[in-house]
Design a protein around this ligand. Structure first.
Ligand SMILES: [Cu+2]
Ligand SMILES: [Zn+2]
Length: 172
């Protein structure tokens, strides 16, 4: 397959129903924050498409518009007063690597007046192994250096990764 053919093949993958997806909701302090992350298994890795609205918009010039983005190992978006999504636990890291070599480390979201749309490829995990885990958005950029989690700040949105549902008519 030529590079050009591969490009168009990836675009066509995005027309499929995703193999897994997560519906993200903001914390109590971020009620307008919502998003969907779709995961498509390909032979090159997992094509991941994130579409998020309601990200915090900085009032000041040069304010932050980059938000840490990870798959966390926990299965629930519950928590406590200090950390509303504490039960999402830490970055998904089956190989016991340092950050940012965790399997769950994703490119941070770049917001456009609170809206982000990103598609990227990662071969650090398969769709199958992330089902039941969680996707987290943080309120600060990931510095891709600090341990254990890139100093990305508070968790502001969370969603559980679910497998694609079989359709009622028996097609999958
Ligand atoms: Cu995180
Ligand atoms: Zn990490």
């Amino acid at each position: 397959m030529s590079a050009n053919e591969r490009y168009w093949a990836f675009l066509s993958v995005l027309h499929r129903r995703p193999d897994a997806w997560a519906a993200l909701s903001g914390s109590a302090n971020n009620p307008d924050l919502h998003g969907t992350v779709r995961f498509y298994q390909t032979k090159y890795g997992v094509l991941t498409a994130a579409e998020v609205s309601g990200l915090p918009v900085a009032a000041e010039r040069c304010g932050n518009a980059v938000f840490g983005f990870h798959i966390h190992s926990g299965s629930r978006c519950s928590g406590n007063e200090d950390d509303p999504f504490a039960d999402a636990l830490t970055h998904y890291n089956p190989e016991n690597c340092p950050h940012p070599a965790h399997a769950g480390d994703l490119p941070p979201l770049f917001a456009n007046r609170g809206y982000a749309f990103q598609v990227f490829l990662t071969d650090r995990f398969s769709v199958r192994e992330i089902i039941g885990r969680t996707v987290i958005i943080h309120d600060a950029p990931d510095d891709f250096t600090s341990q254990p989690a890139g100093n990305a700040g508070a968790k502001i949105a969370c969603g559980q990764i679910r497998a694609r549902q079989a359709r009622a008519d028996g097609q999958i």
